[in-house]
Design a protein around this ligand. Sequence first.
Ligand SMILES: [Mg+2]
Length: 196
Amino acid sequence: MKKDLYLDFDSTIVNSDKSFCRIYNTHYKDYENFVPADWTKHSNWAYKNICPLIHEHEEHPIKTIQDYYGSKEFFDHLEFYDHAYDVLSKLKEKYKLIICTSAFPMNASKKVLWIEEHIPQVDEIIILIDKSGNGYGKARVAMMEDDAIFIDDHPKNLHSTNASRKYLFKFKETDYNGDWDGEIVSSWKEIESLLL
Ligand SMILES: [Mg+2]
């Protein structure tokens, strides 16, 4: 029987920060003090360091960030991390692929449709929508099947489940991914050699 492999979506399979920065750069390009956002410098979950104009000009910056994540533009330009697609195709032979992702009401359906269109290899999609925005990490999903594996870019999510093997996807250093002393992967090639 195939083992269960749980995978986060944003900033684990796809480069969400890059797509986010693209929207910011289009929207704010004519504003005073505009500096193009560089996704490789992303380190704060609310994009304070690379997209400061959101925090300067928007009354509800977090709502604006959620709107970006729910926009058609965001999904139109969403890209896989290098080799993610090919490695997922290979992993499918050996694992049941389950995407486990947090979402907002306004981006959940677009996210599912994007996954359907671009990653048909996926067997199951679990979407967690906590309307308060506080959330329980991914604790609602126990991941207690034998040898279940979970890969996520956020330590809080990894800590919140009971998967037997957990890996932090650490593409780059951020101010929220330091709290982790477990195993780390930093590319999909690494995931390939580890799990296949
Ligand atoms: Mg993520």
